[in-house]
Write a protein that binds this ligand. Structure first.
Ligand code: NAG
Length: 253
């Protein structure tokens, strides 16, 4: 019986193949959307939506199929929010950000290196034209790195760690607390069509800091910040940067 079932499955497959099924226009595999609103996100309010975002992400990440996390228009307040993998989706999960994310301005809300983190994910796309606003102006006075070698490093707006195959595209970053993006221990990261803007006198607001990563491609990006546009730390290989507009800022190094 089992053998019969398998041979039937094979037959069906070959039947479809010989009909040209595999050569036809790519078939759009169904994508299941996980909307943060369905998990209790509260746009336009002072209430934090952090738990709702993490629950919606966990559902998308554990879903055994193609998944998309949707963040509709609106302003969402978030403290530390970790998009943690590994995930089950066979294709990269899209985080479709239409709204604006605003960091809460309490630095004790960020025990780690990031405000928003992509952690241990294989395959993720962050896009949608939305805005990631670190609200850094409220915490920049706590940055004393010019005078204190053991200074407190404020969190990066987007911390990408131990992640493979990520694309960040068509997103606006403004006024990060620390770096706008910090990419570390990652592989195959593409950053494309971003705008990154912070006050000219803001401290250590690098556009992006890349360390211990292999194959990072940055293109078509406008960076105006108070520190480096792109800084490349130790242990990075195959970093490609093209069509970047930089300034004000301290350049690329
Ligand atoms: C370097 O990056 C390019 C894409 O930017 C990629 O095609 C190539 O395979 C990478 N090379 C290595 C050695 O990883």
């Amino acid at each position: 019986m089992a053998i019969k079932a398998i041979s039937f499955a094979l037959l069906t497959f070959f039947a479809f193949s010989s009909l040209g099924f595999c050569n036809a226009a790519p078939i759009r595999a169904p994508v299941t959307t996980f909307n943060v609103m369905s998990y209790g996100a509260k746009p336009g309010k002072q209430d934090e939506s952090t738990q709702a975002f993490m629950k919606a992400w966990a559902a998308a990440c554990n879903f055994n199929g193609n998944a998309r996390l949707l963040i509709p228009p609106g302003v969402y307040k978030l403290s530390e929010t970790i998009f943690q993998g590994p995930c089950k989706s066979p294709t990269p999960i899209t985080i479709f950000l239409q709204g604006t994310l605003q960091a809460v301005s309490d630095i004790s809300a960020y025990p780690d290196k990031g405000w928003l983190s992509l952690d241990t994910i294989n395959g993720v796309i962050l896009t949608g034209g939305g805005t990631i606003d670190g609200q850094g102006q409220a915490v920049w006075p706590y940055n004393d790195c010019k005078t204190n070698p053991d200074c407190l490093h404020l969190p990066a707006s987007l911390y990408i760690t131990k992640t493979r195959n990520a694309k960040i595209k068509s997103i606006n970053f403004i006024n990060s607390m620390g770096f706008h993006m910090h990419i570390t221990q990652s592989y195959l990261i593409r950053l494309h069509s971003l705008t990154i803007t912070a006050a000219e006198n803001s401290p250590n607001t690098d556009g992006m800091h890349i360390s211990k990563s292999n194959t990072v491609k940055v293109s078509r990006t406008h960076i105006r910040t108070g520190d480096d546009c792109v800084s490349i730390g130790q242990g990075s290989t195959n970093v490609t940067i093209n069509q970047i507009t930089c300034g004000p800022g301290h350049g690329i190094r």
